[in-house]
Design a protein around this ligand. Sequence first.
Ligand SMILES: C[S@@+](CC[C@H](N)C(=O)[O-])C[C@H]1O[C@@H](n2cnc3c(N)ncnc32)[C@H](O)[C@@H]1O
Ligand SMILES: Nc1nc2[nH]cc(C(=O)O)c2c(=O)[nH]1
Ligand code: SF4
Ligand SMILES: [Mg+2]
Length: 241
Amino acid sequence: MKLPVLEIFGPTIQGEGMMAGKKTMFVRTAGCDYSCAWCDSAFTWDGSAKEEIIQMSPEEVVNELERIGQSAFSHVTISGGNPGLLKNMGALISLLHSKGIEVGLETQGSRYQDWFCEVDQLTLSPKPPSSKMDTNWDTLDLIVNELVTHKRIHHTSLKVVIFNEEDLAYAKTVHQRYPQFSFYLQPGNDDVLSTDDTKIKLRLLECYEWLIDQVVQEKEWNDVTVLPQLHALVWGNKRGV
Ligand SMILES: C[S@@+](CC[C@H](N)C(=O)[O-])C[C@H]1O[C@@H](n2cnc3c(N)ncnc32)[C@H](O)[C@@H]1O
Ligand SMILES: Nc1nc2[nH]cc(C(=O)O)c2c(=O)[nH]1
Ligand code: SF4
Ligand SMILES: [Mg+2]
């Protein structure tokens, strides 16, 4: 019943999507079934941090969250890697709920788990062409059908990262295929290795402005939300924030 954990950090703010700005702790699991060309967390799957992976029980995860967060949090975001690969995540979610802590989770939507229906804010982030990954639409349809059947629409959002016009066309396909979910567009960070914070921040704002310009023109984008990665704007490419 252990989970491969790579990082536990916080309290910080959720930098992305439907809960952007919300105070939260993070649990980052190791391992991903994708290898996105621009992944900002490649250390979770490329082997570079394999010595840092700790197999932890749900109780050990909660103990560590409470050790570093004290009582200064009531929300936990689980990300990765792809936490959707882990069949036994349900036990951690139940334990957090039993302590009155809400749970958000980030996944690309390449695998379904029953416990998706227990997540308070589930973000499905299918990957556009610039990632060089292919979307399995049958799997994404299955996940969406399960979430709709279990009345999870208001606990779920879609978020697509955008680097170019081809990505925007892909995002439009996703939005039109699953119009029932709130939809977020996020500018891509094209320099995930840079340590020059001033340069990163200016570049991210430039990409954010470009994305806003694209969206405001078009009727098809009338009910989307365009948000940058707030943590990247504040802290650049720093890990553990
Ligand atoms: C690191 S991933 C982990 C969760 C899951 N594997 C996923 O991709 O949804 C968390 C979020 O960061 C986004 N992301 C990763 N690299 C990015 C980049 N270079 N620029 C903008 N967003 C990025 C992903 O699209 C995803 O929404
Ligand atoms: N502050 C903060 N917000 C985030 N939202 C999604 C993140 C992720 O890496 O999944 C992330 C992260 O790493 N930090
Ligand atoms: S799916 Fe998420 S963690 Fe996996 S490679 Fe892509 S962005 Fe990185
Ligand atoms: Mg991140």
